[in-house]
Design a protein around this ligand. Sequence first.
Ligand SMILES: *Cc1c(COP(=O)(O)O)cnc(C)c1O
Length: 485
Amino acid sequence: MKETLGTTGLILNEPLLWEKGNPGRRGFSLPRRDVDVFPVDETLAGPGPELPGLSEVDLVRHYTRLSSWNFSVDTGMYPLGSCTMKYNPKINEKLASLPGFANAHPMLPAELCQGALKLMAQLEGFLAEITGMDAVTLQPAAGAQGELTGMLLINGYHKSRGRHPSKILVPDTAHGTNPASAVLCGYRPVPVATNENGILSTESVAQAMDEDTAGIMVTNPNTLGLFEENLKKIADIVHARGGLVYGDGANMNALLGVMDVGCSGVDVLHLNLHKTFSTPHGGGGPGAGPVCVKKLLEPFLPVPRVIQENGRYGFSEDFPESIGKLHAFYGNFAVMVRAYAYILSMGAENLKKASHLAVLNANYIKERLKGFYHLAFDRPCMHECVFTDKHQGAQKIMTLDIAKRLMDYGFHPPTVYFPLVVSGAIMIEPTETESKQDLDLFIQAMKSIAQEAKEDPDLLRKAPSKSKVKRLDEAAAARKPQLAE
Ligand SMILES: *Cc1c(COP(=O)(O)O)cnc(C)c1O
């Protein structure tokens, strides 16, 4: 058995339960036995599993200690670019766990869950209003599934017109899930390079677009954190050749109340409720990737759809052109409740303010750090900014060293080596929920690291030095994974 007591401050070590167990210990007391012992016939049942003997406090400490090794947005700033790790108000969590919502069975007849249905119908309406689109499905469980839904909708649209295009344009600044979703739907993604400003140019889209192309998938703001300024003109080019425009709206945190996506030529857009609308994420829990469409794609939306008739809500499968079902029942309902509560508690003005602050915070960090780190594109950004390790190259300090060292300063590292179009990318998304004081602490940490890179680069190469687990050999971890012990 390895060390069991805390060795470094209050970072507490913890062995496996099997190593920790003591025969005879137990976590509960039963009343004294008042029947005869009846031995289990092991030849029939086989030997029982060997469980470690643990008291209640052993168990509580075990899991509580393990949980303290996690970093979360409730622990500190988590500036993971592209992921919108903002603080999610606890009130939304509380409302999602109200018994009427949390215990509602998905097979309840409509007359017994009018409230839940109304909430879904209203949330669809809110999301349509926020994006400027005409109709919404809440079914997809994640952003990537929303993308697949969008691709299926585009496919359904083309088919209904007797068209069978084989390709789809995907800019090199799209999120990685975009080409994957296109392929799942049977399309061949054709990359389109961004221009010297880090955005799409009308010329490159016009050149790549033809009648065998189903449309284009545009992440906006793109993964460089830049606004696609030519979107409307690009949409016109794509529409003129019979294609449709898919908008990846996972970065909507930059645009709430700021951009009317429906007016920009986008025909279908997915949102990430677990990024922008108050569902905690990052641990693999349930999410939701609602898809918002313009009128022309509405007939193809997944079924069942929430409908309202004579003041009563219900589900309908009566949409003959629908692409079908994408998720068991109606999607992840608790995520919808959080989004609904979040939107109502914020109100239109504050949603807009949140996006303004998200953009302001990213630009503040960008301006404060740009003398210290090389900026991939030195122009106003949206909700995130992308630096590189170029200035640290002389000391052979790389992005990974900088990210690991940030952990010693108490910050979750930003997204690194993404987007792929920027070599050694460090992608910082502070979100609107960080105060100026916290942003300043982060900026100070990044500045100190830039100084250390010059004066004591080994400190960075060995980082992190204060964490529970020190620098891992990532190549060995990938090639010879040690999955037990
Ligand atoms: C996060 C993200 C996605 C994927 O969303 P998931 O819910 O993780 O599937 C897609 N596009 C962009 C731009 C994203 O940031």
